[in-house]
Design a protein around this ligand. Structure first.
Ligand code: VGL
Ligand code: ZN
Length: 234
């Protein structure tokens, strides 16, 4: 069977990429040369960029919660699956500094990114009631377009394009990229994640995150692998 490839570039936004970004990921800008080479490549039938795109009252912002349990990076709240009308379903949700607010400079894709090569921008995390790390579904697995906070049903868009394989890069390796790649395999795509094309909020967790990716059938590959080199030269 012939393979049809898509590239998914996750959350390469100022707030994550710039050293003074609201949720700055260390060395994130070092992923740009590789990500731009992938965007320039002809190996991909379709290229997607995602944006974390939160309203000001988003549940993940620490400042939207009362003291003392509102410390960015440290505090957790109990989040309810109200989007699906199942408030008894709950999960622990980490709180973050305000980041990627809709329309803000921090939410823009970094200016050096080759956005002119991007076919589709998916905005996610738009529903204030729920966290959404993955571009495919919110943290409870709700994946309805317009509900659970996303502009597109990405799995359907990719299927409609005849995509069989997806290659994932971007930020953050331990959050949005991780969950987007895991959901891509769940949606039935053969999924690759290029290790050098990611950076983590907490780099120490990367070995554990990689185990989870492998368990979820995501193939973590290196930039130097034959597979990736072939992508970069086509
Ligand atoms: C992300 C934390 C909060 C990410 C988004 O893009 O990985 N992390 N919102
Ligand atoms: Zn976010």
């Amino acid at each position: 069977m012939s393979r049809v490839l898509a590239l998914i570039v996750v959350d390469m936004q100022n707030d994550f990429c710039l050293p003074d970004g609201a949720l700055s990921v260390k060395d994130a800008m070092q992923t740009l040369p590789l990500i731009n080479k992938l965007l320039d490549s002809n190996a991909f039938e379709y290229k997607v960029a995602t944006k974390d795109w939160h309203p000001p009252n988003h549940i993940s912002f620490a400042s939207n919660h009362p003291e003392p349990n509102n410390k960015p990076f440290e505090s957790f709240i109990e989040m309810k699956n109200v989007v699906a009308g199942k408030p008894h379903e709950t999960m622990r949700q980490r709180l973050w500094p305000r980041h990627c607010e809709q329309g803000s400079r921090g939410a823009e894709l970094v200016s050096q990114l080759h956005t002119e090569k991007v076919d589709l921008i998916v905005e996610k995390g738009t529903d204030e009631r729920v966290e959404m790390y993955s571009a495919f579904s919110d943290s409870f697995g709700n994946a309805t377009e317009g509900k659970g906070g996303v502009t597109h049903d990405l799995a359907r868009v990719l299927r409609d394009k005849g995509i069989t394989d997806v290659c994932c890069v971007g930020l953050a390796g331990d959050y949005c990229l991780n969950y987007s790649a895991l959901d891509a395999t769940k949606a039935g795509f053969k999924t690759y994640l290029i290790e050098e094309g990611q950076r983590c909020v907490d780099p120490q967790t990367w070995p554990k995150v990689k185990e989870g990716l492998a368990a979820g059938k995501v193939e973590v590959v290196s930039e130097s692998s034959e597979h990736v080199q072939k992508l970069l030269t086509s």
